[in-house]
Ligand binder design. Structure first.
Ligand code: AHR
Length: 635
């Protein structure tokens, strides 16, 4: 028997045994693959990432900043996530001071008036972080703050402290705070501590006086040690998806609820102190610490090409800018943005990018004009798209311009289509693009997901996703790019605005959903062309896709059995000699509800094994609820 199944969890192993006993009754499907009959090229950019500030994706997520509300935005309660510290007989009060700040973008600050404090009994403020502050043993944390002081307030002690123990886990002293605003840098190093996120940051003084603080920041080690960088665990998870592109900055986040709340890229570049931040339509403020250059760095780090979405004159509360002269400043803004990304240092915005630390231009092929403009009830998108198109093509004729809604009188280069569906819809719709007009625009499935499970999808979602992806691969002559959305969710209470997100995390840990692993499987084994294949006898919940890599001389057969019963598949591989054994990557579950979570991150993960006697003909047993990839090596 060659249809051995395996998965790393005990649950899946037990299931494999049960299903083996039931195989005898299963009617076999017949799949014939013509390995010497390529059908079309697979888009090399098929799988990528879509991202925006939602579910605390950047702030409280990928962006590794540990301090929450670092800019001291106040509300009725004071400064959320900041508390006054008065040790022993120390006495102090904190307030928002709107009359002084370190920059135009940061016109306010926290003012700490210390009436009484000593070295033994300091007074100060503490920050609780993004649902805690994750600390690891023997690790260096890099921080900074802006400050000024009156009355010789003395040195500021900065410490990381355990919430329950009250124990100081790392501490340092910053001297030299004077009457003018200045930025101070510090490092904090932990010793032999247990990893935990039950910690907070304290800034305290041991002398009466007045201290103003702004932009208090603390970073752990980041991916590739980039300053102002990203979380290592999340970047590693993304890297395993082999993404070829990054669509940014949204999504609704590009548009904002109102025009004034759009993603204004010029306010997201340069020193952090010059970035005012702005409201995300997902009901919280964005620091814009993840600004345009950080998105591009992210692309560079993971070898992805940017798919740059430019604001196109429509915001979510039905605000729009009419095509014509009123739209011109927005078109110019997009042209400037493209120049910031691609221009050399002799250009105005290319020079600005160099000043921001990245002299080399980025390669750009795709620019998306807006987001989901079919929601614009004014009907202005047709005109807005064409105005952007003409202006951008005049300067950058090779750029491919993506439309976010079908157009009546104009053929865009690429059309972005979005699908948020249940698994049953994806089972019925896996053939969605089989009959799409090949003379129409190319298709970018810029957002898609099977919405089953929260906060992250379960196995039912993964099966719907896998079925859908077989259709994307089969039609990857026309579907040139596809990206799941949303990508991230902070699973702490209040972290989620949108259910069913690919990767979950808290301050300390992260995990991939079954849908995440389905994507890892599909993107890791993708050929450069599809092969002719025919299927008979399979049930309605069986799906497949077959591609071949000419370079690696490998054939990748993806199989999805979304049914509750096992599926027997007789596979005939014709037109190529292959090694007698094949690699099998498999993920299966005992029911569709099975899932991973922050407390059980590896309940469902794919497992690898070898299938002997796989050459030419294979009698393959698929367990219920399974997603598999067979890798055949040509001789
Ligand atoms: O992915 C969540 C939201 O869904 C996106 O912001 C928007 O483009 C779509 O409606």
């Amino acid at each position: 028997m060659i249809g051995k199944t395996f998965a790393s969890s005990a649950a899946s192993a037990a299931l494999a045994l049960t299903t083996t006993l039931a195989f005898a009754q299963a009617p076999a499907a017949h799949l014939t693959i013509q390995a010497n009959q390529p059908t079309h090229a697979v888009s090399p950019t098929l799988y990528g990432l879509m991202t925006e500030e939602i579910n605390y994706s950047y702030d409280g997520g990928l962006y590794a900043e540990m301090v929450r509300n670092r800019n001291f935005l106040g509300d009725w309660s004071g400064f959320p996530y900041w508390y006054l510290v008065e040790n022993g007989n120390a006495a102090a009060k904190m307030d928002e001071d709107r009359t002084t700040g370190p920059s135009k973008a940061r016109p306010n600050s926290l003012r700490l008036d210390v009436q009484q404090a000593s070295r033994a009994n300091p007074a100060g403020v503490l920050n609780v972080g993004w649902w805690g502050m994750a600390l690891h043993a023997d690790t260096t944390y890099h921080g900074s703050f802006y400050a000024k002081a009156l009355d010789g307030i003395g040195p500021v002690t900065v410490s990381l402290v355990g919430n329950d123990s009250g124990k100081t886990l790392a501490t340092t002293t910053v001297s030299g705070v004077g009457a003018a605003w200045q930025q101070f840098h510090f490092t904090l190093k932990t010793g032999a501590i247990a990893a935990s996120s039950d910690n907070h940051l304290v800034l305290a003084v041991g002398h009466p006086g007045t201290l103003w603080l702004s932009l208090v920041s603390l970073f752990p080690p980041t991916y590739r040690n980039t300053p102002n960088g990203t979380r290592i665990d999340l970047m590693e998870k993304l890297a395993a998806m082999h993404p070829s592109f990054l669509r940014f900055p949204g999504g609704n986040y590009l548009e904002g609820n109102h025009i004034k709340d759009r993603f204004e890229w010029k306010k997201t570049i340069g020193p952090l102190v010059d970035r005012p931040g702005h409201p995300s339509p997902w009901r919280y403020m964005s620091t814009d610490g993840m600004g345009l250059l950080e998105f591009l760095d992210w692309c560079q780090d993971l070898h992805m090409q940017p798919v740059l979405a430019v604001y196109a004159g429509y915001s979510l509360e039905q605000e729009h800018v009419d095509p014509g002269p009123a739209l011109e400043p927005y078109v110019q803004d997009a042209l400037d943005e493209i120049q910031y990304v691609t221009g050399d240092t002799s250009t105005k915005w290319g020079a600005e990018r160099a000043k921001d630390g990245h002299p080399a231009p980025f390669k750009l092929t795709y620019v998306e004009i807006g987001n989901e403009d079919f929601f614009d009830r004014s009907g202005s998108y047709e005109g807005r798209y064409q105005q952007f198109y003409k202006a951008i093509k005049a300067k950058y004729p090779t750029l491919q311009l993506i439309s976010t809604a079908p157009l009546k009188n104009f053929k865009p280069d690429v059309l972005d289509e979005h699908f948020y569906v249940r698994a049953t819809q994806n089972f019925q719709d896996a053939t969605h693009y089989d009959k799409t007009d090949r003379n129409g625009p190319k298709i970018f499935v810029g957002e898609w997901a099977t919405r089953e499970g929260a906060p992250t999808p379960n196995m039912g979602g993964a099966l719907g996703d896998a079925a859908w992806m077989t259709g994307l691969e089969r039609n990857s002559d026309i579907v040139i790019m596809a990206s799941y959305a949303p990508l991230f969710v902070n699973v702490d209470p209040g972290g989620m605005q949108w259910e069913t997100d690919l990767i979950g995390y808290n301050a300390l840990h992260s995990y991939g959903s079954p849908s995440y692993y389905a994507q890892v499987m599909f993107a890791s084994y993708l050929g450069d062309h599809t092969l002719s294949a025919s299927l008979s006898g399979a049930g309605p919940k069986f799906f497949f896709s077959v591609t071949r890599s000419a370079g690696k001389k490998q054939i990748y057969l993806k199989l999805v059995n979304a049914d509750s019963t096992p599926q027997l598949v007789d596979i005939d591989l014709k037109g190529a000699g292959v090694d007698p054994s094949a690699k099998l990557v498999s993920m299966s579950a005992k029911d569709t509800q099975a899932t991973n979570s922050i407390n059980d991150p590896d309940f469902l993960v794919p497992g690898d094994s070898t299938v002997p006697d796989a050459g030419g003909h294979l009698h393959h047993h698929m367990p219920p609820y399974s997603i598999q990839v067979l890798v055949f090596q040509e001789k």
